[in-house]
Design a protein around this ligand. Structure first.
Ligand code: PEP
Ligand code: CO
Length: 459
C-alpha cells in the first residue's frame, strides 16, 4: 500500500473529527488504547469479506442494522439481546423468501461517533457544542456534559468489548439454534400481524427441521443449524480512535481496523481527497460508502478504485440513501457509472437517512411508508438496470420505541413522545423492522434476480 500509514490521514483535510481542549490528554488515551486487545480478529474480517463476495455475485443478501448511535445510558444485556433477536427474525424471513443466506451485520459494538449538521446547538440564549456521540461528549444540554472528554473513548471501548462478548455468546452458545426460533419473539409484538406471520414461518421451519431430522441432519451433528455468524460495524468517523485500533495482522502483515469487522464512510466524509477515504484505503476490512444526493458517480468510482485497487469482490458496499422521492433521479446514474467501469460492489439500500423529517409535534422522525417506498423504488431500479439489490441498511432497535411513525400499529406524530429514546436518529421498532422484512420479502419474490436462486434452491 503506497505511502499509507495508519496515521497518514492526518495530512489530509478532515471533517467531523472532534476538537479536544486538552490534546495531551487525548494522546495519552489514544496511546493506551493502542495497547488494548483488538475487538475483532483479522481472520474473522477476511471471513466476512469472503461472504460479502457472494453478495456481489447475487448468492447472498446483506442485512445491516442497529442503533443510529449507541449510548452509555441504553447499555444493558436486554437491549443487546432484543436487537440481536430482531436481526435474527428479519434474516430468517429474508432467507426464507429469497432462498439465500443472509449475512447479519450489526450497527453495534462501536457505533458511537456522529457527524452533526451544525457544530453548535442553541436553546434560547445558550449555545453549546453539539452532541457528537457518547464516546465524545454527553447528550445533556449543559456545559459540563457537552465538553469533549477523551476518557469517554475508554468507556466506549469497554462497552463495545462487552457487547461483542455477549453477541458472540448468543451466536454460538445455542440461542441462535433454529429449533429455538420461537424464543426470538419479543413479548410486545406478540399481538401484532407480524407475530402471526412469523409464527406461520416458525411452523414451516419446524416442519422442515423435523423432515431433516428424519433424514439424519440435525443441529447435534450440523453446527450451522445452531450457530450464526454475527458481524459488527460502525461508521469510521472518529479517526484518532480508529488509528489507535489499527493493527498489523501477524499472519499476513496486512493492516486491519480491529474496532469492528466492517466500517463505513459516511455521506458527509467521503471526499476523495479527505482523511476518511485516506484511512480506509489502507485497511483490509470490507468498507461501506454512503451515497447520498451529492455523490457524483465519477467520484464514487474514483473512491472505489482508490480503496479497492484490485477490484476485489466483497471489499466495497455502496449504500444508497437518496430519499423516497429521489431514487429515480440519482440511483440509475450511479449504477450506470459503476457498471461502465466494471467496478465490483454490493448494492445496499439505506432507506432511513434520506427520509428524516420533523414531525408536527417537533420530533425528528421517519414515516414508515417513506422507508418502504425507498426500498421498493431501489429494488425496481436495480431490476430495470440489471443489477442485484443485495443489501439493506437500517436503523432499528429491539425496544418498543415510538420514534418512526406509521407501520401496522400506525404510530402517529402525537404518539412519538411516549417512548422516544434515541440519542440521534429515529429507529424502527421491532414491529416495524419485522414488517419491513416481510414487505421486502414480497418484493424479493417479484424480482427476477432472486428467482434464479429459488430455481437453484429447488433444483
Ligand atoms: C448514519 O448512518 O448514521 C449516518 C450518519 O448516515 P449518512 O452518512 O448516510 O448520513
Ligand atoms: Co443515523
Amino acid at each position: 500500500m503506497k505511502n499509507w500509514k495508519k496515521n497518514s490521514w492526518r495530512k489530509y483535510p478532515v471533517k467531523h473529527i472532534p476538537e479536544y481542549p486538552n490534546k495531551k490528554e487525548l494522546d495519552t488515551v489514544l496511546d493506551k488504547l493502542g495497547t488494548f486487545p483488538p475487538l475483532v480478529f483479522a481472520g474473522e474480517t477476511r471471513h466476512l469479506k469472503s461472504q460479502l463476495a457472494d453478495v456481489v455475485d447475487g448468492n447472498a443478501f446483506l442485512l445491516q442494522g442497529g442503533d443510529c448511535a449507541e449510548s452509555f445510558a441504553e447499555f444493558n444485556p436486554d437491549n443487546i439481546r432484543d436487537t440481536f433477536k430482531v436481526i435474527l427474525q428479519m434474516s430468517l424471513v429474508l432467507t426464507y423468501s429469497a432462498s439465500l443466506p443472509v449475512i447479519k451485520l450489526g450497527r453495534i459494538a462501536g457505533q458511537f461517533a456522529k457527524p452533526r449538521s451544525a457544530p453548535t446547538e442553541k436553546k434560547g440564549d445558550i449555545e453549546l457544542p453539539s452532541y457528537l456521540g457518547d464516546n465524545v461528549n454527553g447528550i445533556d444540554f449543559n456545559e459540563k456534559a457537552r465538553k469533549h472528554d477523551p476518557k469517554r473513548l475508554f468507556r466506549a471501548y469497554s462497552q463495545s468489548a462487552s457487547t461483542l462478548n455477549l453477541l458472540r455468546a448468543f451466536s454460538h452458545g445455542g440461542f441462535a439454534d433454529l429449533k429455538k426460533v420461537h424464543l426470538w419473539n419479543l413479548g410486545y409484538i406478540k399481538k401484532s400481524p407480524q407475530a402471526k406471520k412469523f409464527s406461520e414461518l416458525e411452523d414451516k421451519i419446524a416442519d422442515a427441521l423435523s423432515f431433516m431430522d428424519a433424514c439424519g441432519i440435525n443441529s447435534e451433528f450440523n453446527r450451522r443449524l445452531k450457530t450464526v455468524n454475527f458481524w459488527t460495524s460502525h461508521e469510521a468517523l472518529h479517526l484518532p480512535f480508529e488509528e489507535s485500533m489499527t493493527r498489523v495482522d501477524s499472519t499476513t502483515g496486512e493492516n486491519h481496523a480491529t474496532s469492528a469487522h466492517f466500517v463505513w464512510i459516511g455521506d458527509r466524509t467521503r471526499q476523495l481527497e479527505g482523511g476518511h477515504v485516506e484511512y480506509c484505503r489502507g485497511i483490509e476490512n470490507p468498507i461501506g460508502i454512503k451515497c447520498g444526493p451529492t455523490s457524483k458517480p465519477e467520484e464514487i468510482v474514483k473512491i472505489c478504485n482508490l480503496i479497492n485497487p484490485k477490484n476485489e469482490k466483497g471489499k466495497i458496499t455502496l449504500i444508497s440513501r437518496f430519499g423516497h422521492d429521489s431514487v429515480g433521479k440519482f440511483l440509475p446514474k450511479l449504477i450506470r457509472g459503476i457498471k461502465k467501469e466494471g467496478v465490483n460492489v454490493i448494492w445496499s439500500c439505506d432507506p432511513m437517512h434520506g427520509n428524516t423529517i420533523q414531525s408536527t409535534t417537533g420530533y425528528k422522525t421517519r414515516r414508515f411508508n417513506s422507508v418502504l417506498k425507498e426500498v421498493k423504488d431501489v429494488f425496481a431500479v436495480h431490476q430495470s438496470e440489471g443489477t442485484y439489490a443485495g443489501g439493506l441498511h437500517i436503523e432499528m432497535t429491539g425496544q418498543n420505541v415510538t420514534e418512526c411513525t406509521g407501520g401496522a400499529k400506525n404510530i402517529q406524530d402525537q404518539d412519538l413522545s411516549s417512548r422516544y429514546h434515541t440519542h440521534c436518529d429515529p429507529r424502527l421498532n421491532a414491529d416495524q423492522a419485522l414488517e419491513l422484512a416481510f414487505l421486502i420479502s414480497d418484493e424479493i419474490k417479484k424480482n427476477s434476480s432472486y428467482s434464479k436462486n429459488a430455481d437453484r434452491a429447488a433444483s
